[in-house]
Design a protein around this ligand. Sequence first.
Ligand code: TYD
Ligand code: MG
Length: 392
Amino acid sequence: MRLADVQAPAMPRFTTGIGEFDRVLGGGLVPGSLVLLGGSPGIGKSTLTASALGNLASERKVLYVTGEESPAQVKLRAERLGPAALNVPILAETDLDSVIATIEAGQPDVCVIDSVQTLYAPDLSGAPGSVGQVREVAGRLMRVAKQRDVATVLVGHVTKEGSLAGPRVLEHLVDCVLQFEGERERTYRTLRALKNRFGSTNEVGVFEMRGDGLAEVTDASARFVAEATRAPGSVVLAAMEGTRPMLVEVQALVAPTELVPPRRVANGVDRNRLALILAVLSRHGGLALGSSDVFVSLAGGVRVDEPGADLAIALALASAAKGMPLGADRPLAAFGEIGLTGELRPVAHHERRVSEAEKFGLAPVLAPGDGAPTLRQALRRALAAPAAAEAA
Ligand code: TYD
Ligand code: MG
């Protein structure tokens, strides 16, 4: 069959009423699709799915299958989330056959399985959560999802080390893999797509856990800028989170140590990237930190995985090492990739990053191609600026 002759009716998506969730999904849940939502325990997977179903329940048929918590526990959570969440029909069941029978009888539009590791297929040996069971459970749920057009969200637990004993084996099977991350003790949580057959994998949603559930953080930049300390070691990074620019504070601490090798601790940025930046700083920036412990972290527990973060990290390190604050009366904003020879390399979405920084009064932004083609020049400019301002 020629592709041109294939009938592909445009499917309306189900919007969950949670803007950040819908955006990461690529515009809402696709009917009949299978979504895997992974994250460590306590991050808020049940909270997110319960509020989504609560919003959907007014217009769609929904079903929440809990294998983990008792109906009373689920109700307690729903009470915190508000009246809509209490309208969601719930099935407390771990037997896969019963779950599928209920789905086939009830024909929901959207179904959440919390969690995929707690269901078991009785005809299969192996404990619930074992690789064989998880595969079988997901495989059979997928068949039902496709046959009956049920948008199905499989919740899966991920251990802290990211070894998805269960869910990893499902990634090829499902249409969409979402990862919910952040630290339980920290305020902000991010939802990102690792795989999406119906949208981009660049989108990131930012949430905050509150007393009444997960709140969307649509003004992440404003918060991070307001919280920026402007102390030595602090730089505002103009990052891109998918299609959206986001300003986030990078903090660095440099402390002399006797330890060999010295400590390198990275929170929210890649460790290997940090090692590379330290090497370039020492070789091309005149800043050797071989006998210092180095800590770098992104404020609020967010994570940025892009080379555009390099320059901000390098500047934060230099500022911390020299004990000099950057930027005169407001935080310094920067972005750009650092090459191995100490040159600054342009990164995508230059204009959008600059305009986001300008929106929050952080112009001028230190970025590649802006009269600072090398790391050394950028360092000189950043470290000279406050002194000049004080002299003036
Ligand atoms: P939960 O959604 O149960 O996490 P997961 O399903 O990923 O294991 O919720 C995680 C934590 O969030 C829980 O420890 C309590 C807290 N929480 C709030 O702070 N506010 C709320 O409104 C809710 C429902 C939970
Ligand atoms: Mg849960």
